[in-house]
Design a protein around this ligand. Structure first.
Ligand SMILES: CC(C)(COP(=O)(O)OP(=O)(O)OC[C@H]1O[C@@H](n2cnc3c(N)ncnc32)[C@H](O)[C@@H]1OP(=O)(O)O)[C@@H](O)C(=O)NCCC(=O)NCCS
Length: 246
């Protein structure tokens, strides 16, 4: 594997364009457009905390992966975890009753052309190192298991117990964190809330929803609830809280 350099957006704002290219098509568009917390806060994550947003670049400065995180206050108990991704954004940008002591991962994205080469663990390791350099005692992550969309009818509580023969988690992305020493804390059932009209959902998924009910849609980890009478579709993206001690 090429040698890779880690650059933060604070030091290298010129790499922003490369970062945006890595993001293209990496998540279902309904997650990007239909989660109001994401829509409200994402630009601020990049703008307010550039020293915690980073890219992995090859020697020719091609961006191959990016990592994103924000600081928040957490007392170390499962009960005090934010509800999930949305809750982390709200806590990170909300009223600061306690000083931030924890770095919360929001995303790690590997460019489509560079997936399957082990870059994801290098990105997580870079994030751990950044967290340490900034003096955080913990790194937590609302992890979005990347194979779960193939099993949308299996409850997350059961899915996370699936193992390979060697005892490691079945899900590749959960496995990356587990191998790097993260501990499972709990399932975040409502990590991201995505709402849209029926027309929005038809545009986002390329499907038709002729009647109210639950639908399996591409990229979703659980079914989407469509209510034609209310002209609304609601999707709750379930994630898994994991934590690293630094
Ligand atoms: C999830 C993601 C970061 C993983 O990065 P990656 O470069 O594809 O994965 P890696 O090469 O680092 O491999 C990680 C594990 O996944 C496995 N893996 C990689 N590609 C795979 C594939 N196509 N099918 C099954 N497993 C695969 C690897 O074998 C490895 O597990 P192992 O070493 O324990 O066997 C990447 O796919 C991605 O950016 N996805 C879109 C954004 C996203 O979902 N990010 C995570 C949520 S924030």
């Amino acid at each position: 594997m090429d040698s890779l350099n880690v650059h933060t957006l604070e030091r290298r704002p010129d790499l922003f364009e490369g970062l945006e290219k890595v993001h293209e098509g990496s998540f279902p568009n309904y997650v990007i457009e239909g989660d109001r917390h994401n829509a409200e806060y994402w630009d601020r994550v990049l703008r307010d905390f550039p020293s915690l947003q980073f890219v992995l670049c090859d020697e020719r400065e091609n961006v191959q992966a990016s990592g994103h995180a924000l600081p928040l206050a957490w007392d170390g108990t499962v009960e005090n975890l934010p509800s999930g991704y949305d809750g982390a954004l709200v806590r990170g940008f909300g009223e600061r009753r306690h000083p931030p002591n924890t770095l919360c991962a929001l995303a790690v994205i590997v460019a489509k052309s560079h997936r399957g080469k082990g870059l994801s663990s290098r990105a997580v390791s870079a994030m751990k190192q950044l967290a340490q350099e900034h003096g955080f005692s913990r790194l937590i992550a609302p992890v979005r298991p990347n194979r779960k969309s193939l099993y949308p009818l299996t409850p997350m509580e059961r899915y996370i117990r699936w193992r390979q023969e060697d005892g490691a988690p079945f899900d590749p992305w959960l496995r990356v964190h587990w191998k790097l020493g993260a501990q499972f804390l709990k399932v975040a059932s409502n990590s991201m809330e995505v709402r849209g009209s029926v027309a929005d959902w038809e545009k986002w998924t390329g499907m038709r929803f002729p009647e109210s009910g639950e639908y399996v849609v591409p990229g979703a980890l659980t079914p989407v609830a469509i209510n034609r009478e209310k002209d609304e579709g609601i999707y709750l993206d379930p994630n898994v809280w994991m934590a690293y001690r630094l």
